[in-house]
Ligand binder design. Structure first.
Ligand code: 3SK
Length: 506
């Protein structure tokens, strides 16, 4: 376990400490446009905290920050925490109705957003009418910040006090605000970052997974800051070309990706060799990494990929492979400091080798979901988290992922609710009913597949399939669109009319 003072503010060990310890001139952040040293970061964080207080936010208030991966993300996130304000950084790929829901649910007092997201944020706020809080773009906020004082006393808190939230997707499509405490980032940085990855001051971290994702937040921000290392940021959508160019330019020592991207990178490496020699470790999470991809990556690059599983609620990886102890095709073993149990439907432990629901005990676990006492009671029980994943433990103690216990899908590492995609399809005039399930693509990765009942069965065909896919891409976060559409005369249902998605899985 991790020792913490009884009163502190996490900005001090993550940022301010480095200035006092002689790392002030060292690069905390590097992007293609700028380098931010630890001294500059500490100063900008103070200015941001002061600017947030000057905007009228008070300690305990929420700040919804829809911000791309750039230094301002760090200023807003840590500036809020230093001032006692609670930052809430949601997925930046969402649509206006999602943001409207989060603004209302969080009761935030201010929305700050990168101008790229204006097309979604402005209609979201408009939808809320008089209930909309104040809002501004990051550029406007930065201009105000420049005039704010560079001195800010940290607001002290207990390790278990609320610190920040992350929204986690729910099976009904409504996201849940997981409330994290001050200690949680310390725990993940120390238990996974330091004790599993051996991350240190000389490491340069590059996460293709974005900062809004709990996985990216650790990889690309808290782990490097915890040890006085350097984070590489790129706000572009990660592709094989952008990620390989970043690795060649910035020479990171640790790279963090998701299986969908590793698959695309492997395909690209087959046609063009790239210089990945700076890497000492690669990490994967978000969805299970097929063993074959582990082997092909090792052949192509000489480095291993440490696959692991984490959750927004646990904040980072709680079961993972290690540099000196790994088994391809498995999620690895519990990270030291976390406990894992596989339970049957009665809540009893299953025999080794048998499948059941994975529960974990995590010192970094969110304490509750905002405004959702029933969901909190189902998921967070006596310090244990119900992961909703089905797992089996092999004879050597490696955990093997067997799928979701409910119908939720992970696409490119991000949770995706079948209900949300079904509702979108049903919004198309040709569709009567729809069910969405996960199907593996040619890389063995899960993507959404839709099974559709049409109002006019004779409309089925390639033109309608294209139109339905385009409709979903326009309406939903683009990664959620169904990659396959099958037309059926009716859907399997329970006696009470619920769609039996498990009967439709291939
Ligand atoms: O999906 C995962 O495996 C994950 C890993 C680390 C942090 C957060 C998540 C959701």
């Amino acid at each position: 376990s991790v020792e913490l003072p009884t009163r502190f503010n996490v900005v001090v060990p993550f940022i301010d400490r480095h200035v006092g310890e002689g790392r002030g001139a060292k690069a905390a952040i590097r992007t293609a446009q700028e380098t931010v040293s630890y001294s500059e970061l500490a100063e900008q964080v103070n200015r941001a905290g002061n600017a947030l207080l000057a905007s009228g936010l008070a300690p305990g208030d929420r700040l919804l920050m829809v911000v791309k991966d750039c230094p301002a993300f760090f200023y807003l996130f840590w500036g809020a925490i230093k001032a006692g304000i609670v930052p809430v950084p949601p997925n930046t790929l969402l649509r206006a109705p999602d943001y409207a829901y989060m603004v209302e649910d969080s009761g935030c007092g201010l929305v700050v957003y990168s101008s790229e997201f204006t097309v979604e944020i402005v209609p979201a706020l408009k939808q809320l009418g008089a209930k909309a809080p104040q809002s501004m773009t990051v550029d406007t906020f930065l201009a105000g910040m420049a005039k704010a004082s560079s001195v800010l006393e940290p607001r002290l808190a207990a390790p278990e006090d609320d610190c920040f939230w992350l929204y986690s997707s729910g099976s009904t499509g409504r996201p849940k605000g997981a409330v994290h405490a001050q200690r949680d980032m310390v725990v993940t940085s120390e238990l996974y970052g330091v004790r599993v990855l051996g991350i240190g001051e000389n490491d340069i971290s590059y996460s293709a997974a974005k900062l809004f994702f709990a996985y990216g937040l650790g990889n690309g921000m808290t782990f490097p800051l915890w040890v006085g290392g350097t984070a590489i940021l790129d706000d572009r959508r990660p592709t094989p070309d952008t990620t390989f160019s970043n690795i060649e330019t910035f020479k990171p020592t640790i790279y963090y990706g998701v299986p969908t991207l590793y698959a695309a990178q492997l395909a690209a490496l087959e046609t063009q060799k790239r210089d990945l020699s700076s890497l000492r470790a690669c990490v994967s999470a978000g969805e299970a990494l097929p063993g074959d991809m582990f082997r092909r990556w090792k052949e192509q690059t000489g480095t291993i990929i440490l696959d692991g599983i984490g959750s927004t609620e646990a904040l980072h990886i709680f079961i993972g492979n290690r540099l000196d102890d790994y088994r391809p095709g498995t999620s690895g073993k519990p990270v030291p400091g976390y406990e894992a149990r596989i339970l049957d439907e009665n809540g009893d432990p299953v025999a080794k080798g048998e499948s059941g629901r994975l529960w974990i005990k995590a010192e970094s676990a969110a304490r509750y979901y905002w405004n959702k006492p029933e969901k909190t009671a189902e998921t967070m029980v006596n310090g244990w988290l119900n992961t909703g994943d089905t797992y089996r433990e092999d004879e050597d103690g490696y955990f093997i992922y067997e799928g979701r216990s409910d119908d939720m899908l992970k696409v490119g590492g991000i949770w995706c609710s079948p209900v949300e995609i079904e509702n979108c399809l049903i919004g198309h005039p040709a569709v009567l009913e729809a069910a969405v399930v996960g199907q593996t693509d040619e890389q063995s990765l899960i993507k959404p597949k839709a099974i559709v009942v049409l109002k006019q069965p004779g409309d089925a065909g390639a033109a309608l399939t294209d139109a339905l896919m385009a409709h979903c891409k326009r309406t939903l976060a683009p990664y959620k669109y169904p990659r396959w559409i099958e037309y059926v005369p009716e859907l399997p249902k329970t006696a009470t009319g619920k769609i039996q998605r498990f009967k439709l899985r291939g």
